[in-house]
Design a protein around this ligand. Structure first.
Ligand code: ADP
Ligand code: MG
Length: 253
């Protein structure tokens, strides 16, 4: 199995002195459905921003879809799509206009960009709001628009940073149908962060647990459950809670 994402000794300290990543090693298989889990402030979004070259790393080596972004930045940009947690959307633009504009940014003709925008509006059920300005969208629709924008150029690796925050249960269920179909039928590698552990449990195969800028576990979800609760058939959420509570108890001693 070849590797979609390979991360070696990644470090990041923000200008205010916060050490967000303290030497991360991680690899994600091509076509995999991978979940990066961890408490708030653990470094998940920072990791995504460095891997997707939105922020500069201090140290470390990255290979994304076979390319080093320091050497072949353009190729990496084409291979990845990022629905980041805190991306600003131009508030005055409509959903349709933004999607078309994104296609044009990736070099599509006007006709191609319009067609792709309509496909994505259908895919994410955004028809009812396609002419609304992004400032007037609900939180859930904004998240779906972020994902649609990330997919305009048909990337082979999709990064989703807490994608379902603010979605109602039906929207979440439809959203995961779309993402799992992309993963299974089109082989898109999915790199997800979420605080809804049942989503990771249901859809992802592999995971990493990051706490305070360090990876504590990387491997299959089944393997993590087995490690924490070897005797019981527990959910990912139960295993995660046991692991984190245990860490806190150890650090309080
Ligand atoms: P997560 O996504 O896991 O919640 P983040 O990657 O957002 O965590 O944050 C990791 C750490 O880095 C936190 O301590 C956070 O406060 C800090 N941090 C994040 N972004 C910045 C920034 N732009 N400047 C300074 N510190 C930051
Ligand atoms: Mg985050």
């Amino acid at each position: 199995m070849s590797t979609a994402i390979n991360i070696e000794s990644l470090f990041k300290t923000y200008p205010d002195g916060t050490q967000a990543l303290k030497g991360v090693n991680l690899s994600v298989e091509k076509g995999g459905f991978f979940a990066l889990l961890g408490p708030n402030g653990a470094g998940k979004s920072t990791l995504i921003k460095l891997v997707t070259t939105l922020y500069k790393k201090d140290e470390g080596h990255l290979m994304i879809d076979g390319s080093d972004p320091d050497i072949d930045f353009k190729r990496v940009q084409r291979a990845i799509g990022v629905a980041s947690q805190d991306n600003e959307l131009d508030p005055g633009e409509t959903v349709m206009a933004l999607l078309r504009f994104q296609g044009r940014l990736f070099g599509m003709s006007k006709t191609e960009a319009n067609k792709r925008a309509e496909e994505l509006i259908d895919l994410f059920d955004l028809q009812p709001v396609s002419d609304k300005r992004t400032a007037d969208l609900s939180g859930g629709n904004k998240r779906r628009l972020h994902c649609a924008l990330a997919l305009v150029h048909k990337p082979s690796i999709l990064f989703l940073d807490e994608p379902t925050v603010g979605m109602d249960p039906l929207a979440r269920s439809l959203f995961w149908e779309v993402i799992t179909r992309l993963n299974r039928e089109e082989g898109v590698t999915v790199f997800l962060t979420t605080q809804y552990l049942e989503e990771a449990d249901k859809h992802a195969n592999d995971m990493a647990l990051i706490v305070d800028g360090r990876i504590h576990y990387a491997g299959s979800i089944a393997g993590f459950k087995q490690r924490v609760h070897p005797k019981d058939d527990s959910s990912l959420e139960e295993s995660y809670l046991t692991y984190i509570k245990n860490l806190n108890t150890v650090s309080e001693r």
